[in-house]
Design a protein around this ligand. Structure first.
Ligand code: AMP
Length: 327
């Protein structure tokens, strides 16, 4: 039987969905919403399976998963389907990490956090249907930029969006703990999406002691094996912002012990091309004492972030206007 005939559309709900949509997009959004509302999964339990999706080109490969472009057959909705083999997860002893990632990412709903739309499994594999971020890893963009770094307006916009996503995580008792450009994806509209919650943790007790994350991004309290809290993410945001602007992390070294030492001594070199505003923000995040670091709301309100983000947004608007004029 055709799935589309199963449910009549709810007109009131449909009107609500398109209420604030600009006129030129209303017809498109209305037809998409109609398809979505008529899907048997809409608003009720539904057992998704591979039969619902047509798999397409590979998008990338991670340590434990391969990611493919996929299309939901009824609605034509495009997702990024991450496929993981249970045997590989078992061999890597990361089953709990994956389950935690699924549990945390299902709960988090924020414009700068990659949405896990649904998940299912069969005898040998686990499938995660993820929101698509068609520009891929931010890391790739950073490495391909001139001098392997972003200009300040671009760095400021991404810093703002990551701060916003982290603030939302912390309000929901989640610490990310593994912030780095490899774990951030970029959309076609130049918005970042925080991904990879494999190392993140629920923080109901608020204080934790596990050593995890990437070496160059480790805060001093984790290097020394002390108890830590959500402010490890504030430190990592400082490192991330530095990497955006310089092209490498501030404590990078080819010897792990040297990296640890540099972190302990807070040995940061600020190159001359970095503006005083950027330096001010980074130095306020890279504080040894976790309660000395500025809050994420203060990051979002920081004058360097606000001024540079306005420049980036104006540039993007102008670019869009020009592209429309050419069409
Ligand atoms: P992962 O296993 O999560 O590390 O993903 C492996 C690679 O697949 C990433 O480096 C990206 O290039 C790509 N990828 C993962 N998730 C998405 C997504 N939601 N949208 C687009 N590409 C993705």
């Amino acid at each position: 039987m055709n799935k589309l005939q199963k449910k009549p559309p709810n007109r009131t709900e449909l009107a609500k969905l398109i209420k604030d949509v600009p006129e030129e997009y209303q017809q498109h959004i209305q037809s998409m919403s109609l398809k979505m509302m008529q899907h048997p999964a809409y608003g009720q339990p539904y057992q998704w399976s591979t039969r619902d999706f047509e798999m397409g080109a590979p998008l990338g490969r991670g340590k434990f998963g391969r990611v493919y472009l996929a299309r939901e057959r009824t609605s034509n909705f495009i997702v990024a389907m991450k496929v993981m083999f249970k045997a590989e997860l078992e061999k890597g002893n990361v089953q709990r990490q994956v389950l935690r990632e699924i549990e945390i990412q299902t709960r988090l709903k924020h414009p700068n956090i990659l949405r896990l739309l649904t998940w299912f499994h069969d005898d040998s594999r686990i499938y995660l249907a993820l929101e698509i971020a068609s520009e891929g890893e931010l890391y790739k963009h950073l490495r391909n930029s001139p001098q392997r770094r972003f200009e300040e307006p671009r760095a400021a916009k991404y810093t703002y969006q990551v701060a916003d996503a982290l603030e939302y995580c912390h309000l929901n008792n989640v610490i990310h703990r593994d912030l780095k450009p490899e774990n951030i994806l970029l959309t076609s509209s130049d918005d970042v999406k925080l991904a990879d919650f494999g190392w993140s943790a629920h923080t109901i007790s608020n204080k934790r002691k596990t050593l995890c994350g990437t070496l160059d991004y480790l805060p001093p309290e984790m290097v020394d094996g002390h108890i830590y809290d959500h402010s490890v993410d504030h430190w990592c945001l400082g490192i991330l912002c530095y990497e955006f602007l310089v092209g490498c992390a501030p404590f990078e070294s080819n010897d792990n012990e040297k990296t640890y030492e540099k972190i302990r001594r807070l040995e940061v070199y600020y190159p001359s091309h970095m503006s005083s505003g950027a330096k001010d923000l980074i130095s306020k995040l890279l504080r040894k004492s976790n309660n000395g670091r500025i809050t994420l709301v203060e990051v979002m309100k920081h004058h360097w972030v606000k001024e540079n983000m306005a420049i980036r947004n104006a540039y993007l608007e102008e670019k869009m206007r020009r592209e429309k004029a050419i069409e």
